[in-house]
Structure formats: C-alpha cells, structure tokens
Design a protein. Structure first.
Length: 279
C-alpha cells in the first residue's frame, strides 16, 4: 500500500518546514518517505516561469494553468509514481489557498491518486499568529472548513509554530522576528469556540458593533454556521519538540490507516555471511 499526504494552508504557515521535519521523522523511524530533494518534480513537466513568460500570465493564473496541465497529463505522474511501493509521499502544496478552497484541481488529483491505489489524506496548517486576532482566526477556520469540504479526503488541521506561544510576553530581545505570542485561551482556539467571535470583550468592540450592525449580524451567522457544523479543530505543533511532532505523525497515521490490512513481511533467511562478525 502506498500513502500520500497533501500539506496545505496559507502562505507562511510553515508547510515546507513541516514537510521536511515530517519526512526526517519518518526516515529516523526507519520508514520510507519522499519529498526533498523532490522525488518527483512537476517542473520536469511544466514550470510556472515558462507559463508566465510564454502566456503572459501572473503567478496565480500560472499556477491554475500548471494544475490543469498536470491533470491533463496525469499519465506522466502515474509513470513517475510507478517506482514507489509501500512509501509515504508528501505533497508540499502552494500557499494560494484558493487552489484548495474552491478550485477542483486538488480533489481531482486526490481521486486520481486513489485510482492508482494510493491512500490519501490532507493536513491544513494555520500558524499560531492567527490566535492574536479572533476575527482573523475565524477567517482561517472558515478557510480550513472550505478546503475540507472541497477535497473530501481524511483531514487534519494543525496549529503550527506553537513554539512562538509563551505564557507571557517579555522584553527579551532574542525573540523571533514577529515576536512571541501570548498564551491565552489556547484551548478555545484549538477547539474553536464560536463565542470568541460572538462576545465582544472590550468597549472598542462594543462601539464598533453598534456602528456596524450589519457586520455584527454577519458574525452571528458565522457563529451559527460553526456551531451547526463543528468540523474544525486543531492539533498544536511545536517543531522544536519531538513529542509534539510524534503526536501529529501518530494522528496522521491513524487518519490515513497506515499499515492496516498489510500482510506481515516474511523475515529474511539467514545465511553464513550473517555470522561473519562472530568468528
């Protein structure tokens, strides 16, 4: 059985860093994973730079064209994948979230992989910085929900960069470039609590809601949607912690049903060469 995982999420969420750490963790665990250097590079089929130059497209339109071209030439991908058996394929997706939320490309690719006998799942990374602004956070929740509904594959949402969250803010000058994040109500964000959006917590919010009643009604509608369809929750990920990464990998294995239904491998027969170091 072969396995594939789509690593999705907005730009800057840490997808490529997660892919590298994930592949390294699998290799240390004596499992076969492929990503860097890319085992399969779509640029051998089509490149964004060529499309932008030859067809006068921008980067977003060029990416859409590249995905369409890949789907039209899915035989190329199937041939490239032919040499990988019992392997974990990690697919590092672009940061343009519209490719996951409403375009049909990734769902079509997922179905094509399943026809090849490859069991697929997806993860969606949202960085911890989103927890600083509850409105921004819930826009991320809705994006994750939209991508889940669009792809229709087993799914895990991950709150990345949790190493930047601390119990309290400090004046330490060695902090990361974007600063550390305050450790507040994290459980209400990992399992999104719609009341964070429904309840104004300070006077400024109450004034804004009185002046923008239509937006307040929109917020209430969003709250109702999340309450009616509680699809999104997040696993915290701190890549500086081996235990944190192991928990995420274990959840991915469970979601993708890694190893289930496989026949036990026969042990290799011993021969005289195996005892050479005992003579």
């Amino acid at each position: 059985m072969r396995y594939a995982i789509f690593v999705t999420g907005p730009a800057g969420a840490g997808k490529s860093t997660f892919c590298t750490s994930f592949a390294t963790h699998l290799q240390v665990s004596r499992r076969t994973a492929h990503i860097y250097e890319p085992a399969i590079d779509i640029r051998e089929l089509v490149t964004l730079e060529d499309i932008m130059t030859e067809m006068g497209m921008g980067p977003n339109g060029g990416l859409v064209y590249c995905f369409e071209y890949l789907l039209e030439n899915i035989d190329w991908l199937e041939e490239e994948l032919g040499g990988y058996d019992d392997d974990y394929l990690i697919i590092d997706c672009p940061g343009q979230i519209e490719l996951y939320t409403h375009h049909p490309f990734l769902p079509s690719l997922a179905r094509a992989l399943e026809r090849m006998g490859i069991r697929t799942c997806a993860v969606y990374l949202l960085e911890s910085q989103f927890m600083e602004d509850r409105y921004k956070f819930f826009s991320g929740v809705l994006s994750a929900m939209s991508a889940m509904v669009n792809l229709e594959v087993p799914w895990i949402n991950i709150m990345s960069k949790m190493d930047l969250v601390s119990p309290s803010l400090s004046s330490d000058t060695s902090q990361p470039r974007n600063g550390r994040r305050a450790h507040r109500d994290i459980a209400r964000y990992l399992d999104p609590d719609p009341l964070l959006l429904a309840n104004a917590r300070d006077g400024h919010d109450k004034i804004a809601e009185r002046e923008n009643s239509r937006f307040h009604e929109l917020n209430r509608a969003i709250v109702q949607l999340i309450e009616d369809h509680p699809l999104v929750s997040f696993l915290p990920l701190d890549l500086t912690s081996t235990d944190s990464l192991e928990r995420v990998v274990s959840q991915i294995d469970f979601t993708i049903q890694y190893g289930e239904g496989e026949e036990p491998k026969e042990p290799r027969d011993l021969d005289e060469g195996d005892f050479g170091d005992m003579e």
